[in-house]
Design a protein around this ligand. Structure first.
Ligand code: FCB
Length: 461
């Protein structure tokens, strides 16, 4: 099992999922406050009002990370805490909170990695069209400028947008994420604006602090089909590969969008792409963030599925309708070697990327404390160990993976699934807000302390 000497071991969270303090210190509502308070949108009607109360308990969370030996912490800034109206005036209380968090991390010897946008758009901006309104590109760049001015002296690594695919498609076409819209034309506009906003925000960060390292985080996957000779499935796979894996990648690296999607979207796309946009999309990054949870399995969609999804959405099940092996609590398959395949593919298809950070990888299982108060989440241990082994295999094949952030440090508000799905290496009791390090947390701690060497014994088990 090999990891470079300077491999960076981290854990990740996001503001709306853990902070709580929803109306503390001048924070205004985000689209997720609105969405979660709309009946029927989130399981059990859960909201992020309190979440893990990290807004108040962050010193305890920093201490937990320090004790575990976590070297780097990926968190996100809540835009509505920093600029409550979305644009214009900044909010001292919000900025103070992140100052305290960042200083606390540095004091504990933990490197902060900040994500600018992990889905909590100020509601005031949504009221003006949000990501579908082109003004968002400048608004986002202005927010990036503020963030770099306030925190860029201490935060070296920046992620602009987390999973623009989810922002675009889950938020504006499928409607299961905030703002809950279901419109193809809107989604295509968002796909373009997020790509452009990434480039402009990167320029804005650099204009303030040229030494900053920044990148985008993309959720990527391998699309598997069970019949390589089936032309219909191949076409479906090409569509999906372009939609999820290539759109933001080709935009930033080449200033292009995949041709099959350009044709499919037609004037829905051409009318939002202004002169000069395609050149502006192209931007160098210091690293690429990858979020990987599982592979995706495509089968021929039924007529009903095609109709429901207007022919543009995936069907991640086997062709006989059965799931591919055991599923996690999210209903996702477990495909660790897919992570190796994905990393090798990225390195082959986009060799200019010289630094890959796994910015998220993790699993939901609902293990609770036993009578001794211990959380023995063996299945999460297996998932972690097997995925780290997959990362190590990719490194052995020459892929420049430099960091790994486990998702998530804490059990938290899992978007439309509410608190029902637990991803943490630290258990959170959502009644008392007590934290308990799970077995997976202890195992990860050992992995970090040995720079991965302890994995050898664990994979042989
Ligand atoms: C990703 C999100 C993250 C978390 C995991 C499970 O899509 O970026 O916030 O919810 O999924």
């Amino acid at each position: 099992m090999s990891f470079p000497e300077d491999f960076n071991w981290g854990s990740a969270t996001a503001s709306y999922q853990i902070e709580g303090g929803f109306n503390d210190g001048g924070r205004t509502p985000s689209i997720w406050d609105t969405f979660s308070k709309t009946p029927g949108k989130v399981v059990n009607g859960d909201t992020g009002d309190v979440a893990c109360d990290h807004y108040h308990r962050y010193p305890e969370d920093i201490k937990i990370m320090k004790d575990l030996g976590i070297q780097s912490y990926r968190f996100s800034l809540a835009w509505p805490r920093i600029i409550p109206n979305g644009t214009g005036e900044t909010n001292k209380h919000g900025i103070d909170f992140y100052d305290r968090l960042i200083d606390g991390l540095l004091d504990a010897g933990i490197q902060p990695t900040a994500t600018l946008y992990h889905w909590d758009l100020p509601q005031t901006l949504q009221d003006k069209g949000g990501w579908a309104n082109r003004d968002i590109v400048q608004q986002f760049a202005d927010y990036a400028t503020v963030a770099a001015e306030k925190f860029g002296d201490r935060v070296a690594n920046w992620i602009t947008i987390n999973e623009p695919w989810c922002v675009t498609w889950l938020g504006h076409f499928v409607g299961v994420h905030a703002p809950g819209l279901k419109d193809l034309e809107t989604a295509v506009a968002v796909a373009h604006h997020t790509a452009l906003a990434h480039a402009e925000a990167t320029r804005a960060l650099r204009a303030v602090r040229p030494e900053i390292r920044s990148g985008i985080t993309l959720n990527m996957t391998n699309y598997r089909i069970d019949d390589e000779n089936n032309a219909e499935l191949q076409e479906l796979r090409n569509y999906w590969d372009s939609n999820i894996n290539k759109w933001w990648m080709d935009a930033q690296l080449h200033g292009t969008y995949p041709q099959n999607l350009v044709e499919l979207y037609g004037d829905k796309l051409s009318k939002v792409v202004k002169p000069g946009d395609m050149e502006a999309l192209k931007i160098d990054s210091e690293f690429l963030g990858i979020n990987y949870y599982s592979d995706s399995f495509l089968n021929t969609p039924t007529a009903e599925q095609v109709e429901k999804n207007e022919g543009t959405f995936a069907f991640p099940i086997n062709s006989d309708g059965t799931p591919p092996g055991p599923l996690t609590d999210m209903g996702w398959p477990i495909t660790p070697t897919g992570l190796t395949d994905l990393l090798v593919r990225i390195h082959k298809d986009w060799p200019e990327i010289q630094d890959i950070a796994i910015t998220e990888n993790g699993v939901a299982y609902g293990d609770e404390p036993d009578e001794k108060g211990e959380v023995n989440d063996d299945r999460r241990v297996d998932y972690l160990v097997n995925h780290l082994a997959a990362v190590s295999d990719a490194i052995d094949q020459g892929v420049p993976v430099k960091s790994y952030y486990y998702w998530s440090l804490l059990d938290n508000f899992e978007w439309a699934e509410g608190y029902a799905k637990r991803f943490g290496i630290v258990f959170v009791n959502f009644e008392t807000l007590q934290r308990i390090v799970k077995l997976s947390g202890s195992v990860y701690s050992k992995v970090i302390a040995t720079n991965g060497k302890s994995l050898e014994a664990l994979t042989k088990k």
